[in-house]
Design a protein around this ligand. Structure first.
Ligand code: C2O
Ligand code: CU
Length: 543
């Protein structure tokens, strides 16, 4: 493979959106940040220089980073923060991934503006498993706050309530013409009649799943999270924070019209406040001046349509072809079961605006993740004691009716700790992620670093260990790096623990991650040199 060198300077830059100008964190002054392109098997060397006044780390979301968690970038998990003025070189080896991924800051809420796309093309001499598109169009979905995003988690922490809602969703950094002062800069996609386009869609949205659709144009899904899928036609997609989707679009409609592409929230969480606004871009045939009428609006599913969400997800299948085979473990030797809950804890001092005068928290298996003061990878590698414990529970502390109405009160309060789940090298793992109704149910997009896993099954209510495995798809389950747990439901994922290291796993809803809905998975070294963790780089920052 080739080696691509890049310089990423994080700094504060002025941007104007929604009628006001503010400073945001950017990479090289760009928002959204620069797109990285490479071919399968290439290496990205990114020299990172922090010229902002905040601690920042960068994560290469969806990249496997074989044996090299040193470049995975989760703050206090894989590395100490890169402090203002400091530098660090990320060494990102691409291996099995092919398609669309992204990079983002992994410090506080910085990823709201510090993010960009990673495009991995097929190896030279090979091609897409679908008809060659005429052109490719990157589409990053995001959220915009008028306030400084870096203050949001801290402010929420002070009150104990929910973090403030965003002021707009965005398409390629633009809110679109349904928002004030946004008409001129609305994202426009120019197409040629009769041609085929590949939309590379990434959700950098912070706090909601979204539906996305293009008026009157059928979409054909061909990939998710850097893995090819069996193509299927659909009017809309449902995409969670963290996910990416590749879709083909045929420009075969009347060229005299303008067409909106639009995204808005899919939220089934009862009672939760969320941003109900809609972001738009415009698809146009030829030049804009040829059109006078207003754009046609797409039929987006209603914001709470779990039916639309599940109908879409149900159709996802791995391509599972000879060129793109899958390797789902058929036998499992390590069974894990994690409950995924939002919790409440007592307020310490100050005013508290959460429900019942308490404050929000969140947990996996009733353990709420506490960020250590030295990164876990370093502690693991150098056997530094007292940073984390290797005893994250493999099952919930008590069995209960996870999705029922009257849940035991004591589960409302989680335990706190920095606990890692330790897996043997090459273990064949099945992990059930069980949503709960402990405080309220929600869709949780769970992301695992360092792995692409197979989604072999999912459903609503409590997972039934007798019946549900009978319905697993072990033939062509979709491969993903972020999976949405249905509201009050479960997901079963499988993977082989063949990437040694320290890997973060967390809900990609930023507010839930801030509340501790995270854990660490440590995968031990294998016996051979090729199955061991690589040594740390020389310029690793210290804490
Ligand atoms: Cu996209 Cu740990 O993150
Ligand atoms: Cu969540």
């Amino acid at each position: 493979g080739r080696i691509h060198h890049h310089r990423f300077v994080v700094k504060s830059s002025s941007y104007t959106r929604l009628c006001s100008t503010k400073k945001i964190l950017t990479v090289n002054g760009k928002f959204p940040g620069p797109t990285l392109t490479a071919s399968r098997g290439d290496r990205l060397i990114i020299q990172f220089h922090n010229k902002a006044k905040y601690n920042i780390t960068l994560h290469w979301h969806g990249v496997r980073q074989p044996r090299n968690p040193w470049s995975d970038g989760a703050e206090y998990v894989n590395q100490c923060p890169i402090r203002p003025g400091e530098k660090f070189t990320y060494n990102v080896q691409l291996t099995t991934e092919e398609g669309t991924m992204w990079w983002h800051a992994h410090s506080g809420w910085a990823r709201a503006t510090v993010h960009g796309m990673i495009i991995v093309y097929p190896k030279p001499g090979t091609s897409y498993p679908f008809p060659k598109p005429y052109a490719e169009v990157p589409i990053i979905l995001g959220e915009w706050w008028k306030k400084n995003v870096m203050d949001i988690p801290g402010n929420a922490n002070k009150t104990g309530g929910e973090p403030i809602l965003s002021d707009a969703y965005t398409i390629n950094g633009q809110p679109g013409d349904l928002y004030p002062c946004s008409k001129q800069e609305t994202f426009r996609m120019n197409v040629k009649h009769g041609e085929r386009y590949l939309l590379r869609i990434v959700s950098a949205v912070m706090d909601e799943n979204v539906f996305f659709s293009v008026a009157q144009h059928k979409l054909t899904l061909v990939g998710t999270d850097g893995f090819y899928t069996q193509p299927f036609q659909t009017d809309y997609i449902m995409i969670t924070p963290g996910q990416s989707m590749d879709v083909l679009l045929e420009a075969d409609q009347q060229s005299s019209h303008l067409y909106y592409m639009a995204a808005r929230a899919y939220s089934s969480a009862f009672g939760a406040g969320f941003d109900k606004t809609t972001t738009t871009g415009i698809l146009q045939y030829g030049r804009a001046s040829d059109h006078s009428s207003s754009p046609i609006f797409p039929r987006l599913p209603p914001y709470n349509s779990t039916q639309a969400s599940t109908e879409f997800s149900r159709r996802l299948r791995s391509l599972a072809s000879r060129e793109h085979p899958i390797d789902v473990p058929l036998k499992v030797d390590t069974h894990l079961f994690f409950t995924v809950s939002v919790n409440l804890i007592d307020c310490r001092g100050n005013s508290c605006k959460g429900p019942f005068g308490k404050r929000f928290s969140a947990s996996l298996n009733n353990v709420s993740f506490v960020q250590p003061s030295v990164d876990i990878l370093q502690a693991y590698y150098h056997h530094i004691r007292g940073v984390f414990e290797g005893n994250f529970p493999r099952n919930p502390p008590v069995k209960f009716d996870y999705t029922g109405k009257n849940l035991p009160d004591n589960l409302l309060t989680p335990d706190f700790g920095t606990r890692a789940l330790v897996l043997e090298y090459n273990a064949s793992v099945e992990l059930i992620l069980q949503g709960t109704n402990v405080l309220a149910s929600d869709n949780h997009p769970i992301h695992l670093h360092g792995y692409g896993f197979y989604v072999v099954g999912w459903g609503f209510g409590n997972f039934d260990p007798e019946k549900d495995p009978l319905g697993y798809n072990l033939v062509d389950p979709p491969q993903e790096t972020t999976v949405g747990i249905p509201n009050n439901g479960w997901v079963a994922i499988r993977f082989r623990a063949d990437n040694p290291g320290v890997w973060f796993m967390h809900c990609h809803l930023e507010r839930h991650q801030s509340w501790g809905m995270s854990t660490i998975i440590v995968v031990r070294n294998g016996d051979t040199a090729q199955t061991r963790l690589l040594p740390p780089p020389h310029d690793l920052p210290s804490c």
